[in-house]
Design a protein around this ligand. Structure first.
Ligand code: PLP
Length: 382
């Protein structure tokens, strides 16, 4: 058996040209996804406006997201972004009397911060739990903040800023013990870390195809646990959320009994072609195998960072980090630019550069990155 990444490197042309360490922004383009986009164009050209085929594709991608999450397809809404799915969700959440509080962490993506703060306009209060100096969100602080007034907890699984990974099962337990619902933003984890919504007992999980699921932008999902669906009636909606899309009824609002009730208008068909291909490829490669492979690479990187005296911002404990490692710089944009000239693709955030890895990265990439950082060591913050 050929091991990662050699078994799949020829499926991702870009990784043979550069050290691609930017999957936290967008996964590398595969030949499979390119072919899927071409198929979309051929179908358009040959069949005109094949609505029925498009609906089949939308159902196919729902099935792929469900497989990734170990959910039932009826529990998955296909969205155009995390923002779209979460906005629809919170528009329909009824908070029980006396439970007006939303608890979020300081590692949330802007969309979660902004959507939850928008809920202040309808009388809800948002409480933030700050990060500790060790760049984690302390579970004890979450436990203090999540109380009998809390209606919803929103927590990011892996931080897009720092790569810090939280014990999400424990946060779900804390929320449920206090009688609150919990939304997990898994965008920086899904495809890189196996996620089993049933084993976790999560209420809501969101993410998208763009990063570690190898699809493209404009395609996301919102998982909602089956038994919660009936009580959540979104006021932010669209005709693809209706119980019968093709009835084209304009005289009432009857949302689908399934998680499709969180959808909106015409589905993002081109992105769905790409998302199905990306998720099929990821299924073939294996998410658990990828996690092990990336764990070995990030351990090597940490050794290299120590050797050159670079400061790692992400927690050192392998249990507290995912596929991304943030390194402190004095000028993150200059460092990203300098590495780019060397054929190393990374991204800047909050004074750090983010180095993120996937199934297609190799030990050679790690060596190249460590050499590059050493070469530009005047830009490293010590
Ligand atoms: C943790 C996390 N949440 C959400 C998003 C994106 O949200 P949206 O799909 O609304 O653009 C990202 C994208 O970078 C992310 O890293």
């Amino acid at each position: 058996m050929i091991k990662l990444p050699d078994s799949i490197k020829d499926r991702f042309p870009i990784v043979n040209r550069v050290a691609y360490a930017n999957s936290c922004s967008q996964g590398a383009l595969s030949v499979d996804v390119r072919a899927a986009y071409q198929r979309y164009l051929s179908d358009w050209d040959e069949k005109g406006a094949p609505w029925e085929l498009w609906v089949q594709h939308a159902e196919a991608v729902r099935g792929r997201f469900a497989r990734v999450l170990n959910a039932a397809p009826e529990e998955v809404a296909v969205t155009t972004s995390v923002s779209a799915g979460v906005s629809s969700l919170v528009s329909g959440l009824r908070f029980p009397e006396g439970r007006n509080k939303i608890v979020i962490s300081d590692f949330e993506f802007p969309t979660i911060g902004q959507i939850t703060h928008a809920q202040e306009l309808v009388g809800r209060k948002v409480h933030h739990v700050a990060a500790a100096p060790d760049v984690t969100i302390p579970l004890e602080r979450l436990a203090e903040e999540i109380d009998e007034e809390t209606g919803l907890v929103a927590i990011t699984y892996v931080s897009f800023r720092t790569g810090s990974k939280i014990d999400v099962a424990e946060v779900i337990r804390l929320a449920h013990d206090a009688g609150a619902l919990i939304l997990v933003d898994a965008f920086q984890a899904v495809g890189a870390i196996p996620i089993d919504v049933r084993a976790l007992g999560a209420d809501f999980v969101t993410g998208g195809a763009l990063k570690y699921l190898l699809g493209s932008s404009g395609l996301g999902f919102l998982y909602c646990r089956q038994d919660l669906l009936a009580d959540i009636v979104p006021t932010q909606t669209g005709w693809f959320a209706d119980e019968d899309i093709f009835k084209m009824d304009i005289y009432d609002y009857s949302p689908s009994p399934t998680a499709r009730r969180f959808e909106s208008g015409t589905p993002p068909i081109p992105n769905i072609y790409a998302g199905v291909a990306g998720m099929d490829l990821m299924h073939e490669i294996g998410i658990a195998e990828t996690e092990r492979h990336v764990g070995r690479l990030t351990a090597l990187l940490v050794e290299g960072l120590d050797r050159i005296g670079a400061k790692m911002v992400t927690p050192r404990d392998p249990a507290k980090r995912g596929p991304m490692i943030a390194v402190a710089t004095t000028d993150e944009h200059a460092m990203v630019g300098a590495l780019h000239e060397d054929g190393i693709l990374t991204s800047p955030r909050d004074g750090n550069i983010r180095l993120s890895f996937h199934c297609y990265n190799s030990e050679d990439d790690i060596a190249r990155i460590v050499d590059g950082l050493e070469r530009h060591s005047h830009l490293l913050a010590r």
